[in-house]
Structure formats: C-alpha cells, structure tokens
Design a protein around this ligand. Sequence first.
Ligand code: FE2
Ligand code: FE2
Length: 482
Amino acid sequence: MSAPTDSTPRAPEGQLRHGGRALLLAIYTALRSLKLYPVENATVQKALDDLETSARALLAVESDLELRLAGDFIFVNATRLRLELDNYASFSHILAVLRAFDIGALRIHSTANRREWQILLSLLLSLSERGQPDERFDELFARLDAGQVKGLEIEHATQHDPDAEQAKEAAKRVYAQGVAVTKDVITGVRLGRATSVKKVKRAVQLIVDQVLNNETSVVGLTTIRDYDEYTFTHSVNVCIFSVALGKKLGFPRIQLYDLGMTALLHDVGKARVPVTILNKTTGLDEQEWRIMQAHPWLGAVTLFGMRAHDETPYRAILVAHEHHMKTDLSGYPKTIRPRQLGIFSRIVAVADGFDAATTRRSYQTVPIEPDQVLREMWENPKRGYDRVLVKALINLIGVYPVGTCVILDTFEIGIVAAPNPDGQQLNRPLVRIAVNTDGAMVPPPGEQVSLTEQDETGSFLRSIVKVTTPSRYGLTVGDYFV
Ligand SMILES: [Fe+2]
Ligand SMILES: [Fe+2]
C-alpha cells in the first residue's frame, strides 16, 4: 500500500487496534457505571476520566477518530477490530447500543471533552427505551445539538434496501440447497444408495427460478471460493452459469430446467472415482489420470441407472459423456467417428471450464484470476470451447467478474460489485472502493462507484489498470458483500 501523502498524523495499525480496543472498553465501562450510579459517584467520575484519557491517547496520533459499524465489525478509522474473548462484552454491547440508535459511525474530534462524553453516554442510556431506532437517532441528534456537543458527532447508518437483502438471502438459501442435494446424490452413488431424482429436480427448479428473477444475486454467489467442498459447489456453480447462459440464449423455462439438471449432474461420475485421487494435492500419475478421465462415461453409466419413474435422463447422460470433449473432438473420452456436440454439452463445457479454472482447489492454491481465464478461453482455440458461448459468458459476468479485486488509475483498489448495468461497457463494472487514493483501507461495504462516470471533459473518472490478489492488500472479498 502506498504511504499516506498528506501530513495527517496516522498511527501504525497495531497501535490503532490496541488503542481502539482500550477505547471501546472505556466506553463500555463508563456506560455501565453511568447506568448503575449517579453522575457524581466516584466510579462514574473515574470511568469518564479513563474514557477521556484513552480517547486522547488515540487522538494524539490520529487527528480525528471514527468508530464505524460495518456488518458485525467495528472499525477504528481504517482498522478493523477483532472480536476476541477478552473484549467480547464491550464489543457486543457497544455494537448493540449503536444499532439501537441506528448509528453508523461515531466521530471523535480532538476537541471532544469529558462533559461531552458524559452527555452522549447519558443520552444513550436514557433514550434507549423510546420509540424506533430511527426516532431515537433523531432525538439523540437534536439533544446533542442542544447540549452544544461539538467534539462528538454521530452519523446515521446507511439504510439497507430490505428487498435487496431479502433477495440475497433467498439466493443464498437456494445455493445451499443445491449444494446439499448434490452432496446427497454423490454420497448416494458412492454408497450404492438410490437417489431421489425428484429432490434434485426441485433444487434445479429453484436455481432456475432464481436465475430468471434475481440473476445478479445468484450468479454473485458463485464467487464464494473459499469452500472446502469443491465437488459440490462446483456442480452448483456450473448449474448456475449454464442456466444463466441458457437464459441469454433465449431458452424457455422448461428447457432451462432440463439444462440445469444436466449441468448439476455433469460430474456425477466422480462419485465413482476414489476420493484419494479426487483430493490429491500433487500431480496424478498416468494410471490415476486414466481413472480420473473415466468420469464422463462413469457418469453416463450412473445416470442410466438413475431413472426417474419411467423417464431416462438422456440429455444428462449425453452431457456427462461429452462435457470434456472439445469442439475439435480432442479432449476425452476419445471419439472415433465425427460428431456434433450437443448444445447442452457445449454450454456445460464452457461453464465447467470457467468455474474449474477460477476456483481454488486442493492442488491449486492460487486460483487464476477470472479475467485471465476468460481471455484464455476466448483466445486459445486449443481450449476447444464454443466461441459464441464464451462470448455469451463474458457478456454475462463481464470481463471482470463480481468479486474481482482491481487496481484503478486513481491508485484506489476496489472490488467488482456488479457488471455494468447497461451490458455494453464490459470493462467498466460497478466497483466498491476498498482502499482509497491515500492507501488507507475503507471499511466495508465501501462506496460503490460506476467506472462509467465521467468528468466535464468526458474523460473517465476511474479506469481499471490491472487485476490483483485481494490478500496482497489484506482484503477479504466477502467483507464487501455483507
Ligand atoms: Fe468433469
Ligand atoms: Fe466439472
């Protein structure tokens, strides 16, 4: 991260973390003693003294202080405080108090004094029982103003859109259900148990409905990359990408159900590959490779026995068999006679290739960045993907998929939040700023900006310079999607 360019004093992170924890504890102690004793009481006076001292200690190194709530985190300026056992009480209590007033941030200026702390804390206690959080905030704000409190400033929490939150929750549930069903199928096959195709169908229908109604949320979930259960999440991701691609191609719902089903089951043959080979972290030897490469036809055979009532899932059998064949028919299994790969197989192959390359797996500690994967799929004919479908995938997820960490020409670092809504400017997605121009971390969720924003002269305010690894900057992508 670049060094701060202005002359504002700034404490090293460790000092902020330490001082921040002391400050939270001091606020907590003062709140508790004010609740128990009258203001004149020596315990209260001592607690207020301590609070003033710890705030001043931090203000000596940081000219302004900000306590900010983000999800379940508290930030002191740009430093996230870790919840640990010994600060659990103070941490969760303060979180609850600030939430009860809908306070998003508390700013502490260098002029903040003991009298002001006393007013703020007393009000937090006396107003806590009244009305709704919103009304409490307004009341508190007015009273602080009337009390001439200038050194302490409260900021209203930004309102969350309840519809968007609900949509996200629904998407998460559907995703989790997809994972559970896949797990069930694979384990069932491993143990030789019959699987309920009905359950699988139901899960696929829910995924299709999500993609049709709420595409961004559900496609966004495929970026959850720190999952251990690769085989299961992979199947669900491939299902989501395939259905979204089918939607782009204009398939009707009923066909999307079919496509989703084949995609979810494409790797079912892996249930017959020994787990030791599947999870191997080193390279496979020739014999192991041969077994691994048998999974397409093992899948076809498995599905043949998995008939639902009277119908045999022919299309799923075909996709399981063909999904590793390339458009030039290299790949595996080998085909002797010329054949035209089915459209479902070509779709699943593209979705599969993308997800496999971008997900971290046991033997792949550093996943390849999504933009490079897409470029390779698009440019290298040897990869053998259907180019029209790769183009559709790029259109679908943008050149920079959701969750990609990007460096901007303003020296800011951002996390891609959504593809550009107009669908045209693929290289100008919506981005959440995670590190500002000074190199300081912005607490999640960060300000969301569109890279299409221009100044009066028509030049873009921000452009992507390159893609980077979030961990290099101490960022956790998931934090920006709470
Ligand atoms: Fe496969
Ligand atoms: Fe696969």
